[in-house]
Design a protein around this ligand. Sequence first.
Ligand code: ZN
Length: 285
Amino acid sequence: MRIANLENRAVLLVSDEHGIDVEAASSGRFGPDLAGVYERWEEFTAWAGNLTDTPADAVVDRGLLGSPSPAPRQVFAIGLNYSAHAKESGFAQPDTLPPVFTKFLTCITGPDTAVVLPEGGNTDWEVELVAVIGKEAKDVSAADAWDYVAGLSIGQDISERLSQLRGPAPQFGLGKSFPGFGPVGPWLVTPDEFRNPDNLEIGCSIDGEEVQKGRTSELIFSVPALVEGLSQTVPLLPGDIIFTGTPAGVGLGRNPQRFIQPGETLVSRIEGIGEMTQMFISAGN
Ligand code: ZN
C-alpha cells in the first residue's frame, strides 16, 4: 500500500496520479490527515486492506504533496551509517549505535520544493532512506522491528557544512535544519510492498549527473537495528521519522569539494518508492 499527504489529507494511492481520500472513503473513521492515521495504524491498515470497488476520487498533484508524516513528535537522524560515507567524512566506522541527532520539525517539507541556499554557506546533499513509525516502540528487538514501521519514504538530509562543523563540537541539529532542508516523500510505501525492504537501490543526481549511488543493504545499522537501538533509550511514537543515514558521494567528501549552486536541481530516488526533486535558489531571489 502507498499513502500520500495531499494538501494535509491522507490519500491511498491507486496509481502515481490517483488515489482514494481516506476520510471520505471511511466516512470519517480515519483521517482527514496522516498524523491521526498513524495513531491507529493497525486498525487503519486492516480497514484499507478490505477496501474494494472504492472510486479513486483524489487527483494527485505532486506540487500539493506534503511530507508523508506531517507532524512527527520526534525526528531522528543518523550519521555515519554507511562505511564508505564514514570514511569520506574522516570518521571511524561506528560499532555501537552511530551518532543520533535531530532535524528540527520546521525544516520538514513535501517532496518537490524550491530551497533557498543560506547565504555564504556550503550546502550539501545527503539522500537517505526514511522510516516512519506506525506503532509505539520501546525496547523492541531487531527481529520484531519491522512490525513497528508503518513504511518507507525518501528523504534528503540537506546540510549546510559551515554551520554544521563550526565551533568546538559539531552543530548537526542546526546546520541541517535551515528552512526546506528536510524534504520527505513522495509518499509512504508499506514494508510488504518490497521484495526485500532491507535492500533497495538509493541515489541522487544534480542536473542529471549522478552524485550518490548505493544500496540500503550497505547500512551499518539497518532499519530494524536502528529501531532496536533507539527504542532502548526513547519510546518511538507513531508518525516519528527516522532519517537512516547517507551513502558515500556527498560534496564534503569530494576532492575538490563541491557544494550546491543556485539554479541546480537535485533529484533523489529509491527503488520501489520513486523520486523527489529540489530546486535551489539564492537567498537574494
Ligand atoms: Zn544525513
